[in-house]
Design a protein around this ligand. Sequence first.
Ligand SMILES: [Zn+2]
Length: 446
Amino acid sequence: MLRLPAWSLSAGRVGHRLSLVRHPQVKARDLLPGNPVTVAALLLAPQDALKALRPPERRLQLPARGEAQALAGLRQDGEVLRPEVHADDAWLSRVRGSPAPAEVCWSGNWLLASVGPAPSRAGKDVIAHSLPNCDLWGMTGIYWHDSALTHVTPPGHPERVARAEAVHAALSELEGLEWHDAPRAARAEVERCHPARHFDRIEAAIPESSFVALDADTHVSPGSLDAALHAVGGCNAAVDAVIAGEARTAFVAMRPPGHHAETETAMGFCLFGTAAIAAKRALDEHGLSRVAVLDFDVHHGNGTQDLLWNEERTLFASSHQMPLYPGTGAAHETGAHDNVLNAPLAPMTGSAEMRRAWGDIILPALDDFAPELVIVSAGFDAHASDPLANLNWTEQDFAWVTAAICEVAEAHAGGRVVSTLEGGYDLAALAASVAAHVIALREHIG
Ligand SMILES: [Zn+2]
């Protein structure tokens, strides 16, 4: 199965889509907003755009003349595809002999397909028609590792192995996801946000058998450090992949969760601040300058807030039930640089209040912040069926908020969204809500 990493951007007119499948010599960073080689530049003036590449990329082949003309002809049509394939004659004749979509032509290494004004799915239809052996959906990554099953908590504990099994089963039912191993993070990754002594304390607490309680809620078993490191490593790998353009969106289906872990304190079922660590990695390793971390878990992400409180390159925004554990998350907690935004929700409220909080407060702030990457702390315990809290969200609400987040990411961040599992303790609601969330991430690919 050939993998086609791809970008899909909204074109100038409503109803038009532009898709660009990466040529092996086009570097992902060349397609980031602000770079001279944007999709639009390639469409409108490919020769000029390619000449503007920085010196190391000058080796990129300039497109053949015929292709430039074809590109010019596509300005208003909608769809341009550039697969990483070298087709043989039989393949070409099959493509050329195919009925609609409208127009497919081949030039050098480049395949161009025009499908005219089209719904977003049309680009996929073109690829499906032209490249039957391609994986058309390889743009939403799922990061998983079996160590999610080795972090064992005491009997009756809500944050349990069965959660990972339920999430894995729900995602396995879905098509169009690209599964990846969540690698084990090095301790240096954890130390982006936590001091070495925090790591040492967790490591020293890991028992040879059974469990050890770090506090009334948070336990470790022999497999816990491994699981937590694979959760951190999975989220980091997802960030690396979306920044490299190997995926557009990603979901990290790992446990233990992370958003309650403060700088030096494991708490609330969490050992390391997975989402905050991934945000720091994006800033410090990849050179991004604005990363948003959004948290719709029903509990306030006090840990993420603590870890990013002084980090002016991030926006941390959270909706959560209040009052509820851990007690933080009042609207007046705004970070050292006005970089924290809390939108508490009253108990027993549901879709309308949640959509107001996100639609009127969080999403406009996200839009103003103009993130280059969005990381989501995706907890599903605001669901009406959840036993640990009293909000009344539905699966459709999780789909709605996901799509709304993706829309802002589309406008500013090239659509890059990495989501990592936090809470959600009713297994059926968790499974259905994760599925709704990941389908929204996948559909957003367009
Ligand atoms: Zn929670």
